[in-house]
Design a protein around this ligand. Structure first.
Ligand code: SF4
Ligand code: SF4
Length: 94
């Protein structure tokens, strides 16, 4: 049986982070099948979506929440947690 490399060998060939903060370049939102859309006429600015988003894709500028679709993966957690159900998951159009 072929011997698998140990972790010390993997360091030579595995992913290497050359610069801190370079994850902003990886637009993970293109994995999305469904996109959350906010009905601002019903939004109470409770910030539950901001709090619960596992990808930190919801921002708050002090007035309203906004979804950054570059990083939103469409998991639907925000829509499930929104107490007034003003977030709708819509099928992504390519
Ligand atoms: S769908 Fe998921 S990733 Fe996108 S904003 Fe809502 S909680 Fe965040
Ligand atoms: S959870 Fe719903 S009501 Fe609360 S800030 Fe987000 S969109 Fe608005």
């Amino acid at each position: 049986m072929r011997k698998l490399p140990g972790w010390k060998e993997l360091v030579e060939t595995g992913p290497i982070i050359l610069e801190a903060g370079n994850s902003v370049e990886y637009k993970t939102g293109d994995w999305r099948t469904f996109r959350p859309e906010i009905d601002y006429s019903k939004c109470t600015t409770c910030l539950f979506c901001w709090l619960f988003c596992p990808d930190s894709a919801v921002s708050f500028d002090g007035k309203k929440v906004e979804i950054n679709y570059d990083y939103c993966k469409g998991c639907g957690v925000c829509a499930a947690e929104c107490p007034v159900k003003c977030i709708t998951m819509k099928e992504e159009e390519k």
